[in-house]
Write a protein that binds this ligand. Structure first.
Ligand SMILES: NC(=O)c1ccc[n+]([C@@H]2O[C@H](COP(=O)([O-])OP(=O)(O)OC[C@H]3O[C@@H](n4cnc5c(N)ncnc54)[C@H](O)[C@@H]3O)[C@@H](O)[C@H]2O)c1
Length: 334
């Protein structure tokens, strides 16, 4: 006989059916992310779209014996619309990644139009979906998607997420390396945005709030610029893909748990946030509780240190510019 908890788990997952779509599914992030979504038992229909190799990746992944169908699509035969049709969750890692020496903002010119066009298709074919934006610069691509959805009359701020989970994973890992603990026991809330100085780890809210200043400064810098380590090590072949896929799968998994009615599911994520709107910061990442409608509750930052207050001030100044850049792009290039 099953223990009580497994019976309950089995019946709740059997009751739900979720279509998840990955746009950019054949890329460095897209492939392992699609694989991880195939392993998520909440997913019953996985739709993989890319300009190239969407069908190949889908056929490959479809041989894994989990309880979901997998369909692959390319741009031909209205593939984008079919991939998106009635999706519950849409993950967007489509676009170009960084090369050494580039900031995420340097990707803006290429990725802005890719994300805008994919958002237009999502607005028409999956207007109720939760959209999880991975394509950089996230600080600007999320406002781009919101502008497109507003224009199409289907914007629901509770269902638009910038994926900042990789900053959360890196924080756990890097903190555990500094203090010599098991990373699975370290939880760090990361707020602000997803690039350089906008990434603000709230280390004062962990068990390790009294790190010596030198160690603290080095750790914060590593969390903010950890992506550069990967870009340099890959030496021109791209940025984080495998750790990012894990981060994207975790965030999508949490969104799906929320949709399925599981309680106490929280993640830091970059959203249309009330926290600093009065100061002109329309999007901000903070801890969010997820529910059947998407965002259920946006948590305030709580008690933070003077150093963190200072970092948040700097983050807000940069975010205002990054957000404006996205909004202005859609106005000039509808
Ligand atoms: N949010 C984060 O934490 C984070 C972390 C790492 C990378 N990223 C970003 O994710 C994006 C993807 O990175 P990657 O390493 O997978 O790049 P990649 O070049 O390996 O893959 C991108 C994929 O997108 C596809 N693509 C391009 N335009 C498309 C379109 N219009 N429709 C559908 N597919 C399209 C390409 O064919 C390719 O397969 C980049 O913008 C990168 O900066 C974000």
């Amino acid at each position: 006989m099953f223990p009580k908890s497994s019976v309950r788990q089995f019946s709740s997952s059997a009751a739900s059916a979720y279509k998840v779509t990955v746009l950019g599914a054949a890329g460095g992030i897209g492939q392992p992310l699609s694989l991880l979504m195939k392993l998520n038992h909440k997913v019953t229909n996985l739709a993989l779209y890319d300009l190239r190799l969407g069908k190949g990746v889908a056929t490959d992944i479809s041989h894994i014996p989990t309880n979901s169908t997998v369909e692959g699509y390319g741009p031909e035969d209205d593939g984008l619309a079919k991939a998106l049709k009635d999706a519950d969750v849409v993950l967007i890692p489509a676009g170009v990644p960084r090369k050494p020496g580039m900031t995420r903002d340097d990707l803006f010119n290429t990725n802005a139009s890719i994300v805008r066009d994919l958002a237009k298709a999502a607005a028409v074919n999956a207007p109720k979906a939760a959209l999880l934006i991975i394509s950089n610069p996230v600080n600007s691509t999320v406002p781009i998607v919101s502008e497109v959805l507003k224009e199409k009359g289907v914007y629901n701020p509770k269902k638009l997420f910038g994926v900042t989970t990789l900053d959360v994973l890196r924080s756990s890992r890097f903190l555990s390396q500094v203090v010599g603990t098991d990373p699975t026991t370290e939880t760090v809330t990361v707020v602000g945005g997803h690039s350089g100085v906008t990434i603000v780890p709230l280390l004062s809210q962990t068990k390790h709030k009294d790190l010596p200043k030198e160690k603290y400064d080095a750790l914060v810098h590593r969390i903010q610029f950890g992506g550069d380590e990967v870009v340099q090590a890959k030496n021109g072949a791209g940025s984080a893909t495998l750790s990012m896929a894990q981060a994207g799968a975790r965030m999508a998994g949490s969104v799906l748990k929320g949709l399925a009615g599981e309680t106490d599911i929280t993640e830091p994520t970059y959203i249309d946030s009330p926290l600093f709107k009065s100061e002109g910061v329309d999007f901000f990442s903070s801890r969010v509780t997820l529910g059947p409608e998407g965002v259920k509750e946006v948590h305030p930052l709580g008690t933070i240190s003077t150093a963190e207050e200072e970092m948040i001030k700097v983050a807000k100044e940069t975010l205002i510019k990054n957000i404006k850049k996205g909004v202005d792009f859609v106005k000039a290039n509808p």
